[in-house]
Every structure is written in structure tokens, then in C-alpha cells.
Design a protein around this ligand. Sequence first.
Ligand SMILES: [Zn+2]
Length: 442
Amino acid sequence: MSEDRGGGDRTAHGGKGSQRGDAWSDRTGPDLPARGGDPARQERLRSINLELVFRRLVAAAEPVSRTELAAATGLTRPTITRIVDELITGRLVTETGTTPAGRAGRPRMGLQLSRSGPAGLGLDIRTDGLAACVVDLAGTVRHLAFAPLIDPEAPAVLDRLDRMATEAVEATAREGLTVVTATLAVPGPTDGGIVRTAPALGWRSVDAGALLEERIGHLGLVCAVDNEANLAARGERHAARRAASEAPGDFGGAESVEDFVYVSAGLDIGAGIILDGRPMRGSHGWGGELGHLTVDPDGKPCRCGARGCLQTYASIEAILGEEAVPAGVTPDAAVLARADAGDPETLAALEGAAHALGVALANALNLLDIDTVLLGGSYAVLSSWLLAGVEAEVNQRVLSAAWAPITVRPATLGPDAAAIGAAAMVVDWIGADPSAWLAAQR
Ligand SMILES: [Zn+2]
């Protein structure tokens, strides 16, 4: 079990969420003795301790006992008992029988995040359509639905997403879940709820946050908008942690998901960087624009205005070339079909894309000291044609690869990663202030 230092980042949770301040801070240490009878101070301590215990449960790869929680947080056993009771009453945590056998001492009652309490909704706009996903606090996908992307204009997209959101909330309410957050994944840099640019959709300075609140406001959810690669990277991290909890030891421990670059080709090439277990977003939240790293300064013009960007070699559009995609077939499926049929132009384009992607990634990896790359989105679909080329390129170009080889592997969630990561933002939202959630339940 390793501590989750994550959640320090802010997505643009508007509405109620924006009043809650920054997400989890790095508060650690034992509960301080409450001197005197200052009720405000005691309330603050209670809130800090609740947050500390909730964070430990989020970070746990498997159910933990009250005794383990006390040891891990430094809180006293009576304090842990009281906090756990509050978390169980507030539907944030459930008891799961006994903790796994094979440990010293008698078996203890395990605690884990609830599968029947609050849940998050993720909405994603991607190449093959729109997706709506609900994830419970334990990270299980409870609802996943798709719709075609017919009209990419923002109001039309949000209208369709409203219908999908309503269906998702109603369907999961029947299973006892309460959806509390809605996070929209968009293929471009965001600033608060504003999508600065999403070339693939033709969006420029679109206030998607306001549109989202306007459309789905009737559902009473806390709304946020974020970049799809950032959210997908978070989704992959959640998935890896779940894999670690279901098969402890098989995944190499939680450490293996603390640092990685997730790169996806969907409507555009984007990257989500997880460093020390938390997303690296940059000063404005606009980091990860891997698609506009320069591969050749004299290369083809890119729609961003520069020349020779990775986008011009390795986007699905670039790999597809001029030939039209048959109706009803997604662009990545069309590329895959051509490659599997041995089409020489497609194979050459894939080889060129793998080379360019490897060059761009090597630059990023040399700078960041990260040794794991996940290929997501359309790259996951095409990974059998790209992986070896990318891996060879980065291992040749990254200085440290000689003693710490770079691993390149397909992302586990495939094209659903961003929707799942967006839905899982509910854990961060509640974790930022679990006592506020509990107070609202009383
Ligand atoms: Zn560019």
C-alpha cells in the first residue's frame, strides 16, 4: 500500500465544487490533542482527520482494517473507530468481511470505499461518438453508453450529452447509486470550463462548463470540464490500482502506476502525464500537448501554425492519408483493416507514425525521467502495429534507457479511458472535503 499523494490538482469543478478550495493537501501526521473546548477548532481537526482516513482508503490497493488505518495515519484507535462509523453512515465506506488471510494475527474486518454510495458521471467526446459512464467510489464501471457524434457544434453535442446523462443517472439510481459529479472530457486544452481550442471539433473558446451546467443543471450535479488525455491518464491509474488490488503482486505493486506518460490519438494527439501519482498539468493546465512537439522543424505545416509537429505524422488523419473511410467504420478501425490486409501505404504510414511518436516521446521522457508509456485511444487499437517501433525508438533515444529500459504498452481501458477517468473524478471531489459530503447527508 502506498500513499496517494494525488488529488492535489484542480479540475475546473464549478458550482458547489469551486467553493471548496484546492483538493487534497499534503496534510499528514497524528490528530492533535484538542486543547480547551474551542468547537471551531475541534470541527477543523475532525475534518482534517476524516480527510486523512478517506485518503488512506483511496490509496489502499486492498481492504484495510481499522488497526491498519490507525497505524498508517497515526490517529488513535478511538478516533479511527469514530471516523469509520461516520464514513459508513455517510455511505462512503463499507465493511467487507475480513482482510486477506496470510497475515500475522487474527483476521480483521476490512474496510473499502463503497460500491453503493455516491458515484461520478464521465462524459466524453471522441472520434467514434459520445460516451457516458458512471463509476462508483470503488472504481467499478456501473454504466457505459454510447451515441454517435452527428453534429460537432457545442450546443448540439451538449444536448445529446444531457439525454445520455439523464439516462445514466436514472439507470444507476435504480442500483442505489447517487451520481454527484459530472466531468466532461474534451479533446483540447481547457481553462476553467472554457475549451480554448478543440480543432477536431472546430471549437474555439467555447464555454463548455457553462453549457454543461445549463443543460444538465436539472440533475443537480457538480460540473467540470477537463482535457481528455489528462482524464484518460487518471482512468488508467485507477484501473492499474484496481488490478493491483485484485491480483496483489501481479502488477508489480502500486509503484508501477505512480509515473507514466499516457499518449492517445483520438480526435487529436494528447498526453496525460502522471508524476509521483498525480497529474502534471503545467502552470495553466495546458500541459501534455504532445501532438505539437516538433519532429521536423522543416516538416509539413500543422494546423496550429507551426511546422513538422508530431500531429502531422502520427495523427489518425495523417496515417489514413487521402483515402476516404467507409461509412459506419471508425478511422482507427479503417487503418487497422488496411494494415491487416497488408496495404503498403498504410504500413509505411504506421511505420512513419511509430518513428515520429518515438522521437517526440523520447524528448519528453529524457526531460521527465519517466520509464513507462501507455498507448491509448486509437493507439491502443493500433498497438500491434505501433508498439515495437515506438519502443525501439525511445529505447534508442532516451539516455537512461541503457540502465532503465523504457516500457511501452497498450493502455488497458482502450477508448473508454477518458470517460472512466472523468467519472472517477468523484473520488477526488469527495476526498477534497469528505466532511462536507457527510454534513450534506445528515
Ligand atoms: Zn502543431
